[in-house]
Unconditional design. Sequence first.
Length: 155
Amino acid sequence: MTVATHKTFCRFCHANCAMLVDVEDGKVKAVRGDPDDPEYGGYSCMKGRELPDSHNAAHRLHHSLVRGDDGAFHETPMPAALAHVASELRRIIDQYGPDSVAVFMGSGGFQNSAAWAASYSFAQAMGSKHFFTSVTLDQRPRSSPPPATASGKAG
């Protein structure tokens, strides 16, 4: 079969590294940095290069799943799955208040202004003050030097 190479960019994080993707029979075979890209010059990190494994994983979801009364997950059409999520959010907010729900936007959203606006607006529409990003969660709570550095004495 023929392998087609496509220019694209990595969506794993906010860096958007330029990538080349080899596709054969609709299946991603390989991913690598694009050496012709003036910004990254072919660089790509391990996370980006491992994307074919995630994309082709046997356990990857291809359909919406909703847990039924029997405790098992069942394939559910997207409109029904979204209606289920809306119903559960309404139940939680009615029972515990809007601050019982938080919204998290991952690092990839920082390069997508529509994602940030939609995520933040969603939290505001629910009345929740809990809006988190990779900047609010993936950082140390404070930076302080080790005691030896602060005192100037080692040991």
